[in-house]
Design a protein around this ligand. Structure first.
Ligand code: 5RP
Length: 234
């Protein structure tokens, strides 16, 4: 296992400390939180942990099923106790860029329905200003080139349609992803989120504003949990 993979595993497993029996848990998407999902499956099998999960993607649904986490529909429960998810970047105000795995819409719906959000990350994800990671934006297939042009105009940067080889990437919701190459300039992410959501054709943007309550961060010196001083876990 590479050094980065080991850090992801450490962060993913450490975040399970936020989960106790009886909880309804949002299960994020990505290569870090997959270790959380696997560990929760182990805790169910070996330690008698009793939880139900709501996955944020078809990939996580499959993994959670494989490791034995009972799943429920978000619509069938009155909110979740916690969601644990990855992030592509986070800043000192605990604002996030997510959507590198194209799951941002379901991730944001699940986060919005959760009483707390815990992010699992390795130390490459901490940034001073958001935006070096291309900002993912879920858009409708209808007139997607027009929507991409409109995004380019308001963001004043290059925006491209995410591709897998010769074909556009389609999300679990049948939409497409535009990636905006803003550079590390997103110092007012709430304003940017608002402007992007004002464009018809945009379904959702991967800026998660005032949603993250804690980051479980793995680095060379071990795992640290950083609580958002303005968050719900203080
Ligand atoms: C998927 C996401 C992921 O959580 C994000 O891309 C981080 O993934 P990883 O842990 O693989 O770096 O937002 O849409």
């Amino acid at each position: 296992m590479s050094d980065v993979e080991l850090l992801k595993k450490e962060a993913g497993i450490a975040a399970c400390a936020f989960v106790t029996s009886g909880m309804k848990v949002g299960l994020g998407t990505g290569s870090t939180v997959k270790y959380t999902v696997i560990e929760l499956g182990r805790m169910i099998a070996e330690e008698g942990l009793e939880i139900v999960g709501v996955p944020t993607s078809l990939a996580t649904e499959q993994l959670a099923t494989e490791v034995g986490i009972p799943l429920v529909e978000l619509s069938d429960v009155s909110g979740l106790d916690v969601v644990i998810d990855g992030a592509d970047e986070y800043d000192s105000d605990f604002q996030l860029i997510k959507g590198g795995g194209a799951a941002l819409l379901r991730e944001k719906i699940v986060a919005q329905e959760s009483r707390a959000m815990v992010v699992v990350a390795d130390d490459r994800k901490r940034v001073d200003s958001l935006g070096a990671f291309p900002l993912p934006i879920e858009i409708t297939p209808f007139a997607y080139q027009s929507t991409i042009r409109a995004l380019g105009r308001i963001l004043d940067c290059r925006v491209n349609c995410r591709m897998a080889g010769d074909h556009p990437v389609f999300t679990d919701n049948g939409n497409m992803i535009a990636d905006a190459h803003c550079g590390p300039t997103l110092t007012q992410p709430a304003e940017i989120e608002h402007a992007i959501l004002g464009i018809a054709g945009v379904v959702q943007v991967g800026l998660f504003i005032d949603m993250c309550d804690a980051v479980v961060l793995a680095g060379q010196n071990g795992v640290e949990t950083h609580l958002n001083p303005n968050g719900r876990l203080i």
